[in-house]
Design a protein around this ligand. Sequence first.
Ligand SMILES: [Zn+2]
Length: 411
Amino acid sequence: MQPEVLFGHALGIAPPWEVTEVSFSKESSRLDITIGFQRGTTFPCPVCGAMVPVYDTTEKEWRHMNFFQYEAYLHAKVPRVKCPNEGCGVKQVKVPWARAGSGFTLLFEALVMTMCRDMPVNVIARLFAVTDTRLWRVINTYVEMARAQEDYSDVHRVGMDETSVKRSQDYVTFFFDLDKKKLLFGTTGNGNETVKEFVADLKTHNGDPEQVTDAAIDMSKAFIKGVKEQLPNAVTTFDPFHVIKLMNDAMAKVRAEEAKLFPEILKKSRYLFLKNPENLTSEQEQRLNAIITSQNLKSTEAYLHKLNLQNVYFAESRQEAEVLLTHWYQDASKSSLKLIKKMANTVKDHWSGILSHFDSNLTTGFLEGINSLIQAAKARARGYRNPRNLIAMAFLIAGKLRFTSLPPLPT
Ligand SMILES: [Zn+2]
């Protein structure tokens, strides 16, 4: 079998296209495959489908999957056809091995889309010696195509969360379907405007904002306002993850301040205070016990408030939770520690949203998981250059998208 015929089969090139030349250069470690068509071939007009003769051709090159360690390229003179039918004009024909406008073959793109589920994009870029910007363009294109197919008509319970991006002034906000446990939308910013943008996107995917019954958010004013204005029938729930995080932040500040006064006792104890007691090793547990029983420390007081607040979430009903939260509030509001008092006030101001967690039955597991999904997206998108790329990566990881326009990779 001639190499041209062999490569034609391997690439799935079918008439009128055929492989006309295969050239291999060891020096430049490249494999170049030229594809052509016979003179007089007619092609379908991309507008109306009528078979029409070639008008002219443009030389194009596509990067293909590596052939062992060699970079492989496809070349072809891509015809334009001049269709006599009304409104068609001169148009470039579609080639079966690549997407219009792409410098990669479909198989190469399929490989990239598969690899970037497990590997940072800049690593893949280095592996194929292409710029990561080109790969991001591919990823963004497929994510957009797949998202266009998405149907949000049965979205009822949503969760939203923000994360800072590289320059810590910038934020990206993500919106999740809490029932299907998937990412619905991501956008830059962290204001109430982001909720507006989410609702607009929801509508373009057949979603109905009036149908949204629950919104799990942190206690930021922007989200509270956004939900109130944009999701009129949603009960706001302040998710436990963010409530506890706020409490932990207050406690950590108290401890850090005090550690300056008593370094010999509190040095390197941050982790001991933040970790859930059941996750401490016995050695860590001993050390923490020694700290909290040794003196009348402010850190100990803050730590006990934190444990008591966490304990509220073990309640089995809203009623029970409210009793526990009331006790907690009564204690914390009498604290001499400013930060704890402040936390008590924050809890009071968000009282019903904190307790509605016990009615809405929102799966806390997933809410906590959201944070780690976002961290995973950040890691996978390493060096992501702009928030749009980070959002695309988050969709790959958590969007449960179906990439129907990608060819299956050979198995
Ligand atoms: Zn036509």
